[in-house]
Write a protein that binds this ligand. Structure first.
Ligand code: DX5
Ligand code: ZN
Length: 228
């Protein structure tokens, strides 16, 4: 099973609830990118926006905290209605952050940047509910997928399976119908997609197309079937 997680980063922030409503039927999770202008050179949203969205959506809120000090905000995100919070391994204090997230009742995720080696997350695999392998440099939507990260996705899948760990394996950045077969073949099972969904004229159709591409890749079916 593959989960599709549209990223609201590329949605119209002026009518966010409406944008989320348009993709809700095709989405498994909603990915919320939190940027602090410090860990990444961009600013986005915080707990108040999560709380507002919570009133309009019953989707699983997958909050991706691109922040230097996520520990100061985990409780606020939980109160706002986040279901999962993912912190970056690059900010340190990883075990403490993961156990604090779980103590608050959040699903605890651990993310790593493209240039961070697999070995950085290896010690924490048994402490996480989700691993997020970034397939672009974090900070902005609409960037090109970095194929060089695929071996790290595959390595993470291999280790999760070898240790019989049930953590989700999520990829984020440059995911569309072209790159979906590559990440699914490498072992990813949660696909975050921002611009490919929200910049399309009919976002729900794009989400559905990504899901179809993922299911075909899972079934080992050819990615492009010949037309009639
Ligand atoms: C990037 C964010 C992503 C972003 C992906 O820093 O973490 O979630 O929304 O956007 P696309 O799908 O456009 O690469
Ligand atoms: Zn993200």
């Amino acid at each position: 099973m593959v989960r599709i997680a549209p990223s609201v980063l590329s949605a119209d922030f002026g009518s966010l609830a409406e944008a989320v409503g348009e993709v809700a039927a095709e989405a498994d999770w909603l990915h919320v990118d939190v940027m602090d202008g410090h860990f990444v050179p961009n600013l986005t949203v915080g707990p108040p926006v999560v709380a507002s969205l919570r009133r309009h959506s019953g989707l699983f809120f997958d909050c991706h905290l691109m922040m230097t000090n996520p520990g100061d905000y985990l409780e606020a995100f939980r109160r706002a209605g986040a279901d999962g919070c993912t912190v970056h391994v690059e900010v340190g204090e990883t075990s403490a952050l993961l156990s604090e997230a779980r103590r608050l009742g959040l699903r605890a995720g651990l993310a790593l940047n493209p240039e961070t080696p697999y070995e950085a997350i290896d010690p924490y695999l048994s402490e996480v509910d989700l691993v997020l392998v970034m397939t672009v440099h974090p900070g902005f939507g609409g960037q090109s997928f970095m194929a060089e990260v695929l071996p790290k996705v595959a390595r993470t899948r291999q280790e999760l399976d070898r240790r019989r760990l049930a953590a989700e394996l999520e990829v984020d950045g440059g995911i569309d119908v072209e790159t979906t077969p590559l990440v699914v073949a490498a072992g990813a099972r949660v696909l975050v997609a921002g611009s490919a969904i929200f910049e399309a004229p009919r976002p729900w159709e794009s989400a559905r197309a990504i899901r179809r591409a993922a299911e075909e890749a899972l079934a080992g079916a050819p990615v492009e079937s010949p037309g009639p």
